[in-house]
Ligand binder design. Structure first.
Ligand code: PEP
Length: 245
């Protein structure tokens, strides 16, 4: 399948705009021209600084978006606002938002639809917790989550499989574990979108680092990674870029 790998960096709630600018300048000095597609999912307030200082071809994205177009939704940020400051992607349904903010599959789908309506590419996150994995129910659980989270969502989407037990814990799924779910997700996407499913990138996320990214992304249905902890320091990012070449 000829889909370019996407290395999507999720900074979570880290880096001020000034720190984001310094990170972007360091990356600009050191990043080779030949690289996989790289996108930085930053706190919304850091997006203008990043968009202005990232090297050519590196894109920016947000970590969440309102499900509403505009109006009386205090504290929310609309898809149009994100586009206006340069965002191309937005993460929706990250497990931290599902867990700490009670986001349901229906909420995630509404956010993804809103993103697409404004020209933003949603990165829809799904994945099982440890209890589900221990029961061996990771495939049906994740596919049910995917189905709800893609309700009414078009094929201009990225799917990130992120087993919750592997996020920020240092425990990485094996390449075979990642492929098991990526292949099941690909089949579900084919049922939903037909031949367009072959162009949809499926990312793996969960304690990805320079020393494990290559084997995971070499799997036939894995088209890149969503990376949290190892995205904060430029040398780690360069290590992952090198490993993917
Ligand atoms: C994430 O935040 O999506 C993530 C995968 O984090 P980490 O790489 O730190 O496990």
């Amino acid at each position: 399948m000829s889909v370019q790998n996407l290395l999507a960096l999720n900074w979570k709630m880290n880096k001020t705009p000034a720190e984001a600018r310094a990170w972007a300048e360091e990356l600009s000095e050191k990043l080779a021209a030949d690289k996989p597609e790289l996108a930085v999912m930053a706190p919304a307030v850091a997006l203008p600084a990043l968009a202005a200082h990232l090297p050519p071809g590196v894109t920016v994205g947000a970590q969440d978006v309102s499900a509403h177009e505009a109006g009386a939704y205090t504290g929310e940020i609309s898809a149009a606002m994100l586009v206006d400051v340069g965002a191309r992607y937005v993460v929706v349904g990250h497990s931290e938002r599902r867990e700490y903010h009670g986001e349901t599959d229906a909420d995630v789908a509404a956010k993804a639809r809103q993103a697409q309506a404004n020209g933003l590419m949603p990165i829809v996150c799904v994945g099982e917790g440890l209890d589900v994995r221990e029961k061996g129910e990771q495939v049906p659980h994740t596919l049910a989550q995917l189905s709800g989270s893609l309700d009414g969502v078009g094929p201009e989407v990225v799917v990130a499989y992120e087993p919750v037990w592997a996020i920020g814990t240092g425990k990485t799924a094996t390449a075979d574990d990642a492929e098991e779910l990526a292949a099941a997700i690909r089949t579900a996407l084919r049922e939903r979108y037909g031949s367009e499913a072959q162009h949809i990138r499926i990312l793996y996320g969960g304690s990805v680092k320079p020393d494990n990214i290559a084997s995971i992304c070499a799997q036939p249905n894995v088209n890149g990674a969503l990376v949290g902890g190892a995205s904060l320091k430029v040398p780690d990012v360069l290590g992952m870029v090198d490993a993917l070449q």
